[in-house]
Design a protein around this ligand. Structure first.
Ligand SMILES: [Fe+2]
Ligand SMILES: [Fe+2]
Length: 136
């Protein structure tokens, strides 16, 4: 279970809202992991959501990084491309071979790492850039 707090804030309400939604999905999946043994349906739904999320969230966030002239905009974009590659591969595996416990475990673990590392370390770099623009 991951709880959103100020250490993940970007200051942009729309972006923070989208991060909160991702964390809620992650937590909902974590809960089913504790209650069932093999949740192929939930794991598929999570992979489905992540495909949608990549388009819905990354485009909007990259626009903000450019608009607020954040110096690590390129690194953010690169990390997003890696996410798309990684979770796109998981999605394809699910579509072609079906869900299995290892794929489910990998999806869950990688998403947890993404939230802890990417949102906390990269996305939060938006905070001072946005704050500077908001003051002008
Ligand atoms: Fe990002
Ligand atoms: Fe993000």
């Amino acid at each position: 279970m991951i709880i959103w707090d100020d250490s993940m804030a970007t200051g942009v309400p729309e972006i923070d809202g989208q991060h909160i939604e991702l964390i809620e999905r992650y937590n909902a999946f974590a809960e089913t992991l504790n209650t069932h043994q093999f949740m192929t349906l939930e794991a598929g739904e999570l992979l489905d959501f992540l495909q949608f999320y990549a388009v819905w969230h990354f485009e909007r966030e990259e626009e903000c990084f450019d608009k607020y002239e954040c110096p690590i905009a390129a690194a953010n974009k690169e990390a997003h491309a890696e996410f798309i590659h990684k979770f796109g591969h998981f999605y394809e595996q699910w579509q072609t071979q079906g869900m299995n416990p290892e794929l489910m475990r990998q999806t869950f673990a990688e998403l947890g790492i993404w939230i802890a590392n990417h949102i906390r370390r990269i996305d939060t770099e938006l905070y001072p850039c946005y704050a500077t623009h908001a003051r002008q």
